[in-house]
Design a protein around this ligand. Structure first.
Ligand code: FES
Ligand code: FE2
Length: 384
């Protein structure tokens, strides 16, 4: 494969899905000095999205939010993860992820967020403990009814870096192994100590992979964010960071004349205070951490061309006063608006037959995109 035209025709012998899987494998073997991106069809094709759901998305861990969003026993939030309605609840034994579906006839049990001692179904009043056991089923005296068989099914749920992660897989991968190098990198920031100051839910009309790629490359920073980001994280100071089986990363350095934007943890070195470290936890979390500010996006793919986005801002200690926090929240709202406009515009053109596999920029600018595509190819190969 030497240029994008290779992909302009769809070989009749292959199904569209087979063709797209083969194309991904071809892109993954491009030489490192000539990296290429995905085809438009990887971002718009429904069959390919269904394939990704089974082979990539359902198999992995998904960040649902910050653990300090649910500080007290009985605090819960609801989320739909890949068509699966879920309640994440703080129990006395830590966080649990439960199916948000009554075991009687399937009514959703909880909506939004709140605090409760019991989840009570709004249809026939079955009630469930926050651990998931059925507490009471009124008027159910039939001999064939076994309350123990009607507990809410659970999903794997863990806490790491101050985030809550949920997996739909029966046997999810070992996140400690996948993220070992990321843990080393984040340790100086003390990420679990950041406290939540802002959370928002949005719907973006883009493919989830476009959002991962956009967040993780510094190539667009100066072009798309001339007034919001270029001044302190210009494209030219982007530097590729470590990557491994579960993540990729880069550092957006500040120019020399920009002072550190907060002190943060005592574990940090002065050089750490002169940039923001951006990382993706595959497949669907992207985040930026700086000494005083942690911004994280949880991507919840709904279809090939739509993704629900939960994003949070957290701050470290008392580095930032209320006015500074307010100004950072506004900055990120503007940055997100700028990114979203671009991605939603691009999504509309990705169905074109000329949305072929384009060349990627070098390691420091789009090396993270290449990491992500190689990882996707590895996941796909694992199911062949
Ligand atoms: S559907 Fe929940 S009690 Fe009937
Ligand atoms: Fe951006």
């Amino acid at each position: 494969m030497t240029d994008g035209r290779h992909y302009e025709t769809n070989p009749a012998a292959n199904s569209k899905l087979g063709f797209l899987r083969k194309s991904l494998a071809d892109i993954a073997i491009c030489p490192p000095e000539a990296p290429r991106g995905l085809l438009g069809q990887h971002y718009v094709n429904d069959a390919y999205f269904s394939h990704e759901k089974e082979t990539v998305l359902r198999q992995r861990w998904h960040c649902i939010g910050r653990s300090d969003e649910l500080p007290d026993k009985g605090d819960y939030l609801t989320v739909t993860l890949l068509d699966e309605p879920i309640i994440v609840v703080n129990t006395k034994d830590g966080f649990k992820a439960l199916s948000n579906l009554c075991r009687h006839r399937g009514m959703p049990l909880a909506k939004g967020r709140g605090n409760t001692k019991l989840f009570v179904c709004s249809y026939h009043a079955w009630s469930y403990q926050i651990s998931g056991e059925l507490q009471r089923a009124p008027r159910m005296e039939n001999a064939g009814f076994d309350p123990k068989s009607c507990a809410l099914p659970g999903f794997h749920c863990i806490e790491k870096f101050g985030f809550i992660y949920v997996s739909l897989a029966d046997r999810p991968p070992d996140i400690e192994i996948d993220l070992a190098a990321l843990s080393d990198k984040l340790w100086p920031y003390d990420p679990a100590a950041y406290r939540l100051v802002h959370a928002a839910d949005e719907v973006w009309n883009t493919n989830w992979k476009c959002l991962v790629e956009n967040f993780m490359e510094g190539y667009h920073l100066s072009v798309v964010h001339p007034k919001t980001l270029h001044g302190y994280t210009p494209t030219e100071l982007s530097k590729k960071g470590p990557s491994a089986s579960g993540f990729t990363s880069y550092t957006a350095h500040y120019p020399d004349h920009i002072p550190p934007r907060g002190r943060g943890s005592d574990r940090l070195k002065d050089s750490d205070r002169h940039g923001s470290y951006l990382f993706a936890v595959y497949p669907c979390q992207v985040a930026s951490i700086a000494p005083s500010l942690l911004v994280s996006f949880s991507l919840l793919p709904r279809s090939a061309e739509r993704v629900d986005v939960r994003w949070t801002i957290s701050v470290y200690g008392n580095d930032l006063d209320d006015e500074a926090i307010h100004s950072r929240i506004n900055l990120w709202k503007n940055v997100n608006r700028e990114d979203r406009e671009k991605l939603e515009l691009m999504q509309k053109s990705l169905s074109s037959r000329y949305a072929t596999s384009g060349p990627l920029a070098g390691e420091d600018y789009e090396g993270t995109v290449r990491d992500f595509l190689l990882w996707l190819a590895t996941q796909d190969k694992a199911v062949s």
